[in-house]
Design a protein around this ligand. Structure first.
Ligand SMILES: [Zn+2]
Length: 416
């Protein structure tokens, strides 16, 4: 069957050594991808180190290709090399090394009770196809003689992704509170036959392709950035932004705006409920239109509740709001929340320290899909788009109308 890559069950990312280009992106690369010039740093951009040991003082920029350059629609070998590597101005090999460390989740029999239990290996590395080698680690239920075949009774993952999963499934208790057997059974239900990641999960858009080998997609370095390593840096960055964002409202202007504010007639509970359902962007706009709403948004408990629902992946904002020494007086938290939401939205060509939050945010949404089955609220995962299409085709062949939007598909039960 040849060779293929297996991916992290949680983030869908690779375990391979990733290639970072030795040369800066060429003019031709920028033109081919519709970028007339290098992407400006995001407002959250911090100084980025250059690739360690890869300084190539003789690097060509591609400018000299102009004479006799291949047409843009033609992909040259150099184009393939550039597309098949990450931008050295965005990430370094050192920053990407974390993806090579994997662990696996599988089951074993408890020596004392004979019961089936879930267990996690120590750190290991990926070889090819379904092959890995792992250390025994410190899980007392781990079987050192276990035969490991990825996605055949055994699920590989990165530890940082596992930590995010632990927080999504068990809250503050995290991975210490995880029921590994339940998690194993949940992943079994989310996987298909001969898969290289959990087929029933949506890994995001943009997200990692599920190809035979890891696919480098230009401008998606954030997909392989460690989701929590730069917490201190990003928290400091956000805090600094907040400290600068005090809002000063002219008293006469406030009186004029309040007198014209129809929201002040609404009951407080209704206003709070409405605010709690809005996106950060809509909330910000509403507060600009209504001084009554703006005053409500100076309330710390509101934001604690709001962040836990809308942005639970933003560890930085949650830590800032938990800091009791922090005052809310005149500090424009609504603008800060909107800014973090925008900066951390997963998107192509993003760069800077917010890539870490963006990847965490993406992984968080993957983990949330596991929650209903893990917690027992659902018996199975919703059908994939391919399954829906097959089902519709079968119904059409049988002369049945397609199910209504949101209708329930009857899928065959998947074994434990
Ligand atoms: Zn992962």
């Amino acid at each position: 069957m040849g060779s293929w890559d297996s991916y992290c069950a949680i983030c869908g990312g690779p375990f391979n050594t990733l290639t970072v280009a030795q040369k800066p992106r060429s003019e031709r690369f920028l033109r081919r991808h519709g970028l007339s010039q290098p992407q400006p740093s995001s407002s959250a951009q911090a100084n980025h180190p250059t690739e360690d040991g890869n300084a190539d003082t003789t690097a060509e920029t591609g400018d000299d290709e102009a004479a006799g350059e291949a047409p843009i629609g033609t992909i040259t070998q150099e184009d393939e090399r550039e597309d098949g590597s990450y931008d050295r101005d965005v990430v370094t090999s050192t920053e990407l090394a974390w993806v090579q460390d994997l662990h696996v989740l599988m089951t074993n029999e408890n020596e004392d009770t004979g019961e089936r239990v879930g267990c996690v290996s120590g750190v290991g590395e990926f070889y090819d196809n379904t092959q890995v080698s792992v250390d025994d680690g410190d899980d007392p239920n781990w079987d050192p003689t276990a035969e490991i075949v990825l996605y055949d009774g055994c699920f590989p993952f990165h530890w940082p992704c596992f930590e995010v999963l632990g927080t999504v499934l068990e809250g503050k208790t995290g991975i210490a509170g995880l029921n590994k057997l339940k998690l194993y059974n949940t992943m079994m239900r989310a996987s298909g036959i001969c898969c290289s990641r959990l087929d029933r999960l949506d890994y995001g858009d943009p997200g990692p392709y599920n190809e035979q080998w890891w696919e480098y997609q230009p401008g998606t370095e954030f997909l392989v950035v460690h989701p929590t390593i730069s917490l201190e840096k990003t928290t400091a960055l956000i805090r600094e932004r907040w400290m600068k964002s005090t809002q000063v409202v002219n008293p006469s202007d406030r009186v004029r705006r309040v007198s014209a504010d129809s929201f002040q007639k609404l009951p407080l509970e209704l206003l709070l409920k409405t605010c709690s359902m809005l996106t950060p962007q809509s909330l910000h706009q509403l507060a600009l239109a209504s001084p009554t709403v703006d005053a409500l948004l100076g309330d710390k408990p509101f934001w604690k509740q709001y962040l836990s629902v809308h942005m639970p992946w933003s560890y930085e904002l949650l830590s800032i709001i938990d800091d009791e020494s922090q005052t809310f007086q005149n500090a424009d938290f609504k603008s800060l929340v909107r800014w973090v939401d925008q900066e951390s939205t997963p998107r192509q060509w993003m760069r800077g320290p917010f890539m870490s939050i963006a990847n965490r945010r993406r992984i968080w949404h993957v983990c949330e899909q596991l929650k209903p089955v893990y917690s027992g609220r659902a018996a199975r995962f919703p059908p994939t788009e391919a399954e829906k299409r097959r089902m519709n085709l079968r119904r059409a062949q049988m002369g049945m109308p397609p199910p209504p939007p949101g209708g329930v598909f009857q899928m065959p039960a998947i074994g434990q």
